[in-house]
Design a protein. Structure first.
Length: 239
C-alpha cells in the first residue's frame, strides 16, 4: 500500500484498521466530513485584518517569518495523532494483513524524491536508488505524513532523519516522476490506483474556444504539477 500527498493520510488510517477489512472504508468516509479547517491548519490573524490589504500583507509576512510558510500545521499533527492507529499498523504488518506501507516526499535539501517504506522484518529487498529518486526503509511516523502532505508555500517543510542526516521535505506529489515504481519494486503485478483527477472540474476539459482568462490558469497548472505524472508512468509499465 503506497500513497502520496494527502492520500498518505487515508492509507495510514486504513492500514491501522486493516484487521477490520472493508469495514474500515465507511469509517474513513465518516471521518472526513468531521474535519474542519481548524483541524488542519492555523492562521494567526484576527478577522479585522481583512479591512486593510496592507495590514493583511504584514500579518501574512509575520506568519511566514514565524513558521516559514503561510499556515501553521500543528493542528494537523494533533488530528493525525488522534485518528491514526500506529500500533494497528505494526500488527497489520506482523500478521501479513498488508505487506508494505509506504509514502513519498520531496527533499528540499537534496532535490530528490524519496519513498519511505515500512515493512515486516527482513523484507528480502534492499532500498533502491535511481536518478532523482531513492528509497528508505524505516517506520513511517506522523512526521512522514506531515512531510508527504506539506503543500509548498502553504505548509512548512518537515525535517526527517535519513541515513543519520536531517533533511527537509515537502509534498510527495512534487517531482514525482514514477509514482507506481515503489509498488513495482516490491513485486506488485496488479495495481489499483486511486486518484483525484477530475478533468472538467480542474479546468483541463474543453469548455470553450475563447482565450482563457487568468482565473482558470492556476486550476489548470496545479494538477499538471501534482497529479499528471501517474499517466506516463502507467503507460511505461503497462506497454
Amino acid at each position: 500500500m503506497f500513497s502520496t500527498s494527502a492520500s498518505a493520510l487515508n492509507a495510514r488510517y486504513l492500514a491501522g484498521c486493516a484487521h477490520q477489512g472493508l469495514q474500515a472504508l465507511p469509517q474513513l468516509a465518516a471521518l472526513r466530513p468531521e474535519q474542519r479547517c481548524e483541524h488542519v491548519y492555523r492562521l494567526d490573524a484576527p478577522g479585522w485584518v481583512r479591512a486593510s490589504r496592507i495590514v493583511a500583507g504584514l500579518t501574512l509576512a509575520r506568519q511566514v517569518r514565524k513558521h516559514h510558510a503561510l499556515l501553521d500545521t500543528l493542528p494537523l499533527a494533533d488530528t493525525l495523532q488522534l485518528a491514526i492507529n500506529l500500533p494497528g499498523i505494526e500488527r497489520a504488518l506482523a500478521q501479513q494483513k498488508i505487506d508494505v506501507l509506504g509514502s513519498t516526499a520531496s527533499s528540499y535539501t537534496t532535490g530528490k524524491h524519496w519513498a519511505f517504506c515500512q515493512t515486516r522484518a527482513n523484507p528480502g529487498l534492499q532500498p533502491w536508488r535511481r536518478p532523482g529518486r531513492q528509497a528508505s526503509f524505516q517506520p513511517v511516523t506522523i512526521e512522514h505524513l506531515m512531510a508527504s502532505s506539506a503543500i509548498p508555500f502553504l505548509f512548512p517543510a518537515v525535517p526527517l532523519l535519513v541515513n543519520g542526516h536531517k533533511k527537509y521535505f515537502g509534498d510527495g506529489s512534487t517531482s514525482q516522476l514514477s509514482p507506481l515504481s515503489p509498488a513495482i519494486h516490491f513485486g506488485a503485478r496488479r495495481l489499483l490506483v486511486s486518484g483525484v483527477v477530475q478533468p472538467q472540474r480542474a479546468g483541463m476539459g474543453a469548455r470553450s474556444h475563447d482565450e482563457p482568462t487568468p482565473a482558470p490558469l492556476p486550476a489548470t497548472s496545479w494538477p499538471l504539477c501534482f497529479t499528471i505524472p501517474c499517466k506516463p508512468t502507467w503507460n511505461r509499465h503497462s506497454g
